[in-house]
Design a protein around this ligand. Structure first.
Ligand code: HEC
Ligand code: HEC
Ligand code: HEC
Ligand code: HEC
Ligand code: HEC
Ligand code: HEC
Ligand code: HEC
Ligand code: HEC
Ligand code: HEC
Ligand code: HEC
Length: 379
């Protein structure tokens, strides 16, 4: 084929040598239509018929030769071997712009073998060869119309909520809207009805990169709390102030800075999950469940637990943990007389308070503990 083309062109050159180099649109050597994309003699089509063997053209168009034919670079800025001479980077076909819009050869590598030079073997295959990168998954294929089993379109997520995990290459934007690759939310997500995706999947985390991003960290503090404490602050929405209902008096209960008793564990108020996916953790709509015996009333932000005696401080208030707030000093009942001082309490409640009237904290098997505010009156 190459030899035949050479001979044909040489005959033309010889026949028209008088007009050589006139720059008359190439009609003399190549015949009419060499610059007309609609013509069968258009040089792009000639090159295609020559199996893209542009080297043939260079026998005359090579500018290092004397009396060379016009340079290809006259019109193709980066030369015939530039990547955009014969097809765009990326081609404007199918979903190319979405997948390789930056035009970098590296972006072609997600789906094609990429030539470093246009002369690389296999480059001019009749149909572009698809060779999927590892991110697409081991079973990814292109059936001529659709991509099948591609991880990028959620095939490996196997989410029953997904509507289209085998997108058609020429189908346009509708092939990949939210809900096509995975449900919005996925069918596994029974907790929806209160929590935005960003509650558990941090905003700005890389998407469709083959890694599922859950939480700001890989630990239990990925969605609430900090490395120092899993409880709010930070709450699930990012709030840090104790005036937020979902932050409230968490740290006051967990740390008990007043030293009125030992710290109160999460399990007093919540079921504590062993894993993120433990039943009872994130599998119900907002808000977080509080153990029934605490008597939590979200509307008034109070609870009916006996820890505060009969007082009902709000979860978001402060100053509810001073002597006298939960019971009188002394209580106003038959067991006490109004004249009793703080220093008297230890006479009858020696395990709970010291001689100055301050609660006694001892170390127990599960950390600091106290007879004060332990659920029963200690004498
Ligand atoms: C035998 C030498 C020879 C070969 C081989 C040859 N050309 Fe040419 N080509 C010329 C000459 C000479 C001209 C200048 C016009 C003329 O003198 O006919 C030209 C003109 C052109 C032009 C028009 C340039 C302009 O500025 O008007 C194009 C485009 C072109 N050739 C493309 C090709 C391509 C593509 C190939 C390979 C498939 C090729 N040519 C092979 C000699 C050749
Ligand atoms: C006088 C300007 C000019 C010269 C010189 C020229 N070309 Fe072209 N070439 C064009 C134009 C215009 C197109 C059509 C571009 C398009 O459709 O986007 C084209 C298209 C092509 C195509 C087809 C691309 C496709 O998408 O099908 C090939 C291949 C090509 N040129 C190779 C060459 C080679 C090799 C040379 C040098 C031997 C050369 N051209 C010289 C103007 C030129
Ligand atoms: C001389 C013309 C020409 C040049 C220059 C060229 N290509 Fe191609 N390229 C083709 C043709 C023809 C095909 C196959 C098109 C088809 O299958 O319809 C192709 C296909 C491809 C494909 C699809 C994978 C494959 O091998 O089938 C990639 C990727 C590609 N080219 C990248 C490049 C890069 C990168 C460069 C620059 C280094 C480049 N091309 C330069 C003509 C060219
Ligand atoms: C997401 C996968 C994907 C990426 C990324 C991709 N392609 Fe393609 N490409 C395809 C598919 C699918 C076809 C159609 C193949 C078919 O019809 O057999 C195709 C076809 C082609 C063709 C043949 C002509 C055409 O337009 O159909 C060329 C050339 C090509 N690609 C070049 C490139 C280049 C260059 C890049 C990088 C800039 C690239 N592709 C990036 C999937 C991709
Ligand atoms: C309450 C926390 C939470 C919320 C809110 C949440 N997700 Fe998830 N998501 C998870 C967890 C945990 C996993 C891992 C599930 C597993 O390992 O079984 C996950 C997994 C996924 C997966 C992988 C596929 C799957 O079914 O496991 C996708 C996709 C996903 N989430 C998308 C979303 C989208 C979209 C939203 C918002 C509409 C959302 N998620 C809201 C916690 C959440
Ligand atoms: C082209 C397919 C596709 C489309 C369309 C898509 N996703 Fe995803 N999404 C995935 C895949 C695959 C994952 C699994 C994790 C990964 O690879 O990043 C994922 C994971 C997620 C996650 C979990 C966090 C993460 O990135 O790991 C969220 C949240 C999410 N997608 C939200 C959305 C939203 C919102 C939309 C619509 C704007 C959307 N997705 C559209 C494929 C898609
Ligand atoms: C992916 C985000 C995320 C991660 C990581 C996470 N949680 Fe949660 N956590 C939540 C959400 C959302 C809630 C509120 C659930 C509800 O409405 O019932 C919650 C609530 C809680 C509660 C309150 C009780 C409840 O179930 O409502 C505790 C206790 C808790 N988490 C402990 C943990 C522990 C321990 C870990 C580590 C094993 C952990 N969390 C990891 C999102 C997360
Ligand atoms: C004194 C009782 C109490 C203790 C102890 C407690 N919590 Fe809570 N927790 C609550 C209350 C009350 C809420 C608010 C529930 C609501 O929104 O209706 C809550 C809400 C939460 C929430 C949801 C926050 C949000 O943004 O919606 C998480 C997560 C949580 N707690 C985790 C913990 C963890 C982890 C611990 C232990 C380190 C803990 N809690 C200890 C009472 C407690
Ligand atoms: C003379 C002994 C005595 C002294 C002194 C005493 N208490 Fe008591 N306290 C009792 C008895 C008896 C009960 C009732 C125990 C029961 O009902 O099981 C009691 C019960 C309580 C209760 C439980 C609630 C209630 O009203 O019954 C509180 C709170 C309490 N005392 C606080 C104090 C404080 C504070 C002081 C020091 C100012 C103090 N007590 C001094 C004997 C005393
Ligand atoms: C947060 C509420 C609260 C505060 C604040 C509080 N108490 Fe108590 N106190 C209780 C409760 C509830 C009891 C009932 C028995 C129990 O649960 O330990 C109690 C019981 C007592 C008792 C009886 C002995 C016992 O432990 O049963 C004494 C004495 C006592 N408190 C002294 C004090 C003193 C002194 C202060 C201030 C330093 C104080 N209390 C602050 C809630 C509180």
């Amino acid at each position: 084929m190459r030899a035949a083309l050479n001979i044909l062109l040489l005959v033309l050159v010889t026949a028209c040598s008088a007009e050589r180099g006139l720059g008359d649109g190439g009609a003399s050597v190549h015949g009419p239509g060499i610059l007309d994309p609609a013509s069968d003699n258009f040089h792009g089509k000639v090159a295609e018929r020559a199996a893209w063997d542009v080297a043939v053209c260079m026998t005359c168009h090579d500018q290092t030769k004397t009396d060379a034919a016009p340079p290809c670079a006259k019109c193709h800025a980066d030369g015939p071997s530039g990547c955009t001479s014969c097809h765009k980077m990326p081609p404007m076909t199918g979903a190319h712009l979405k997948h390789a819009g930056d035009g970098a050869p590296a972006s072609c590598a997600k789906c094609h073998p990429v030539p470093t030079n246009w002369t690389d073997p296999g480059h001019f295959a009749a149909k572009a060869i698809l060779a999927f990168a590892p991110i697409a998954g081991p079973n990814a294929t292109f059936d001529g119309t659709r991509c099948q089993n591609v991880a990028c379109h959620g095939a490996t997520l196997a989410d029953g909520g997904a509507t289209n995990t085998a997108p058609a290459w020429n189908g346009g934007p509708a092939e990949a809207t939210c809900g096509t690759c995975h449900g919005a939310p996925p069918a596994t997500h029974v907790q929806q009805g209160g929590y935005a995706c960003v509650t558990c999947h941090p905003a700005g985390s890389p998407h469709v990169d083959g890694t599922l991003n859950i939480g700001r960290t890989t630990g239990c503090d990925g969605c609430h709390g900090t490395a120092a404490s899993l409880a709010p602050p930070v709450d699930l929405s990012g709030n840090t102030l104790t005036t937020a209902l979902t932050v409230g008096a968490h740290q006051a209960h967990l740390l008990v800075p007043t030293k009125l008793r030992g710290p109160i564990a999460c399990i007093t108020c919540h079921a504590v999950p062993a894993m993120i996916t433990t039943v009872g953790h994130i599998d119900s709509p907002a808000p977080a469940e509080v153990n029934a015996e605490i008597g939590w009333d979200r509307t008034t932000a109070t609870c009916t637990a006996s820890c505060h005696g009969t007082s009902r401080p709000t979860w978001t208030s402060t100053g509810a943990a001073v002597c006298g707030a939960c019971h009188g000093i002394p209580p106003n009942d038959a067991s006490h007389t109004p004249t009793m001082q703080l220093s008297d309490c230890a006479t009858c409640h020696p395990g709970s308070v010291d001689a100055t009237g301050y609660p006694i904290i001892t170390s127990g098997p599960n950390g600091p503990t106290s007879e004060h505010i332990n659920g029963h009156v200690d004498l």
